[in-house]
Ligand binder design. Structure first.
Ligand code: GLN
Length: 531
């Protein structure tokens, strides 16, 4: 079948969950046997979110091919269980960069280069790129931002043009908010009406409206929205708040979002979506037999989105273990040698998060020490692993000034040091060791027990590494490298074999955990925390 393009826009306010709605629709179409991919268009000027502070935009999600992308791509992968790539996240920065490069090459042959048609053409090209050779039955494109923002205008205009050019192959879903006014005791549709008007001003009639709401929509409200917004009543879809995002696909199915989309695009599908594995996951999630608390030690803990993938990986792994996990977020800047015991009291496992820079590093190291000395299951990810190496160096190997040269350039014991290939690099954007690299595991280790295979591949995002100069010393004293990249000899995983479960990884396992494929290391970590 020829590729169909579905656009998801948002109105009234941000944070309505366009990413989750896109991923849920994709899931339903995939569960009916269609091939689907999801793309995010972000209206900011950064080339990618790689250089942004997590406070700005939440976590930076890394794809197999090493793109630093918006965290919504994480939702797409977790829901669909298929990989995304560079092409799945396009920013205004990338669009302008491509157009300006073309202009400098002289490709525009003396023409004045303008937002319309040159910028919009480039946007359209990026959308259609995913539909090339009809590789996918559906390309779902989520437009970041809110309709009415100056920044998203070129994207909205590109959608208008695509809809005009391919009326039978395109569909626009608009997500809005129907607020409940407690004082009036009523749900209000006016913001939705206004937001659809704004889309209409931009030349787009949405085909389907998804209304985010706290309370169920009455038939009256649905009728009213349908009438005022020129859509049929079946195209008014309710999206009520739920306790877990993973319920949204089921909710959307109940609201017949998938059936309506297929009918509008005239795509036949006689079978119901195969959602049994998904429902099994939710059943496990909602009927736990155990309950544990994991401390997540990091410096962006005020913002759940900053560690989104770790959060979700813990949930996937807990469900697999029929366990409820409470995630206790602890700010590493507030942890000291003196208060660490009290701060981490009663937790069943400690996860030290990835990160950059000096802030909060000593608190992370104190948390590692507590885990190591008290046989508390420990999972260190990227900087978390590096902290474990530093802690071991300082307190077991008596290298009292052991550090990473990222934090202390002049330390006499640089147990973590900059990678050779990074030494000449000064630009910050997209220059880390990024994306998937292979890693060979040692047998008879906790890691091998988790993966049950010797060759693995994981995604990376770092500049510093374990300093192999210290390898023998660490090994002799009980911290063992159990995963190595054989091409570069880079230590990817360390363990303390005498500890109940103490694993540090230089890569980011959290990017690969999905609902139907929870990550083996997270599963093993949770298991250790339960026992
Ligand atoms: N700052 C460390 C490095 O660059 C760790 C990076 C991370 O945790 N992602 O090596």
């Amino acid at each position: 079948m020829s590729t169909k393009y579905i656009f998801v826009t948002g109105g009234v306010t941000s944070s309505l969950g366009k990413g989750i709605i896109s991923a849920s629709l994709a899931k339903l179409l995939q569960a009916r046997g269609f091939s689907v991919t999801i793309q995010k268009l972000d209206p900011y000027i950064n080339i990618d979110p790689g250089t942004m502070n997590p406070y700005e935009h939440g976590e930076c999600y890394v794809t197999e091919d090493g793109a630093e992308t918006d965290l919504d791509l994480g939702h797409y992968e977790r829901f669909l269980n298929v990989s995304t790539s560079q092409a799945n996240n396009v920013t205004t920065g990338k669009i302008y960069q491509a157009v300006i490069n073309k202009e400098r090459r002289g490709d525009y042959l003396g023409k004045t280069v303008q937002i319309i048609p040159h910028i919009t053409d480039e946007i359209k090209r990026r959308v259609k790129l995913l539909g090339k050779n009809n590789k996918y039955d559906f390309v779902i494109t989520e437009i970041g931002g809110t309709v009415g923002d100056i920044e998203s205008l070129p994207f909205v205009e590109a959608v208008r043009q695509l809809k005009w050019e391919m009326p039978d192959k395109t569909l626009v879903i608009h997500l809005t908010l129907v607020p409940y006014l407690a004082a009036a005791g009523e749900l209000k549709t006016k913001p939705t009406q206004h937001s659809v008007k704004m889309l209409l001003e931009n030349g787009i009639q949405p085909d389907i409206l998804v209304l985010r709401t706290e309370k169920s929509l009455t038939q009256e409200i649905r009728k009213k929205v349908a009438l005022f917004c020129n859509v049929d009543i079946n195209s008014v879809i309710e999206s009520k708040d739920v306790s877990t995002i993973y319920e949204v696909p089921l909710l959307m199915h109940k609201e017949k979002l998938d059936t309506t989309v297929l009918a509008k695009l005239k795509v036949e599908s006689n079978k119901e979506p195969e959602l049994k594995p998904w429902i099994d996951f939710i059943t496990n999630l909602k009927n736990p037999q155990h309950e544990i608390t994991i401390a997540l030690v990091g410096k962006y803990v005020e913002l759940v989105d900053a560690y989104k993938s770790i959060n979700e990986s813990l949930i996937h792994a807990a469900a697999m273990n029929k366990c409820k996990v409470h995630i206790k977020r602890i700010h590493s800047e507030n942890i000291t040698e003196e208060n660490v015991e009290e701060k981490l009291k009663g937790v069943n496992g400690i996860l030290v998060a990835p990160g950059f820079g000096h802030r909060g590093i000593e608190g992370k190291i104190a948390a590692v020490k507590l885990a190591r000395e008290n046989n508390i299951p420990f999972f260190g990810i990227c900087l978390g692993m590096q902290c474990a190496v530093i802690e071991f160096g300082r307190h077991i190997l008596n290298l009292t000034d052991a550090h990473s040269t990222e934090m202390n350039h002049d330390t006499k014991n640089p147990v973590i040091d900059i990678m050779e290939e990074q030494k000449q690099i000064s630009e910050k954007g997209g220059t880390m060791r990024l994306g998937a690299y292979p890693c060979s595991l040692s047998k008879n280790t906790k890691t091998y027990q988790a993966y049950k295979k010797l060759e693995i591949s994981e995604r990376h995002r770092h500049r510093y590494e374990f300093n192999n100069h210290y390898l023998e010393l660490y090994k002799k004293n009980g911290m063992v490298p159990v995963g190595i990249n054989v091409d570069t000899n880079l230590v990817e995983i360390i363990e303390i074999p005498t500890h109940k479960w103490f694993v540090g990884v230089q890569f980011h396992p959290e990017y690969k955990s999905t609902v139907l494929n929870p990550h083996p290391l997270f599963v093993a970590f949770i298991k250790a925390a339960i026992s």
